[in-house]
Design a binder for this molecule. Structure first.
Ligand code: HEC
Length: 159
């Protein structure tokens, strides 16, 4: 009986290890979550739902961090550029806080302005680091994936 428990535990840990090897970075799921929040904010702006804007901006400001080990791996890879990566992250955080605070004022112009500054922060980091990080941490076949590709397909098939 003891043996079965041991073997089962061993298999589970083996599974989780191989799972990790194929799963790439946790950063990716953090990013997908940010995108959901950003889209919810657009919805909030178009529907005039300021609570949605506020709560999703706050969720971006307080977004989950990838595990320390993963962050260290990314920073070690980026070397001197790690500073810029952290600054870009900080910019998105402060932009999201600003947007969450503005939501209470219900001023569309200011909100849209803050939203666009926030989105610029996302894109700034993507332009500088995204491809490099995907190339480094994903297998060749994964590195060709592109969320923009998915989106384009989505849009063209909706026509
Ligand atoms: C500090 C840098 C940085 C910032 C800031 C940043 N991203 Fe990213 N983002 C990345 C990196 C690196 C990747 C590739 C990660 C991966 O595939 O593991 C990525 C990938 C993505 C992806 C694509 C995921 C995929 O499957 O290819 C989305 C969507 C995304 N980010 C959304 C956002 C949004 C929305 C924001 C702003 C609210 C944002 N990101 C801000 C670095 C950043």
């Amino acid at each position: 009986m003891k043996n079965i428990v041991f073997i089962t535990a061993f298999c589970i840990s083996l599974l989780s290890l191989t799972g990790q090897a194929n799963a790439g970075l946790r950063l990716r799921s953090v990013m997908l979550r940010l995108e959901v929040n950003m889209e919810a904010i657009v919805g909030g702006i178009t529907w005039g739902d300021f609570d949605t804007i506020e709560s999703n901006a706050r969720a971006i400001a307080e977004h989950e961090k990838p595990p320390l080990k993963e962050r260290k791996k990314i920073f070690a890879f980026l070397k001197d550029d790690a500073r810029g990566f952290k600054d870009a992250d900080a910019e998105v955080h402060s932009g999201a806080i600003r947007l969450s605070e503005l939501a209470g004022k219900k001023d569309y112009n200011e909100i849209i302005e803050a939203y666009s500054a926030l989105l610029r922060g996302c894109v700034k980091c993507h332009n500088a680091y995204r491809d490099r990080i995907i190339k480094q941490f994903y297998r060749e076949e994964d590195s060709h994936r592109s969320s923009m590709g998915v989106k384009t397909e989505h849009i063209s098939s909706a026509r």
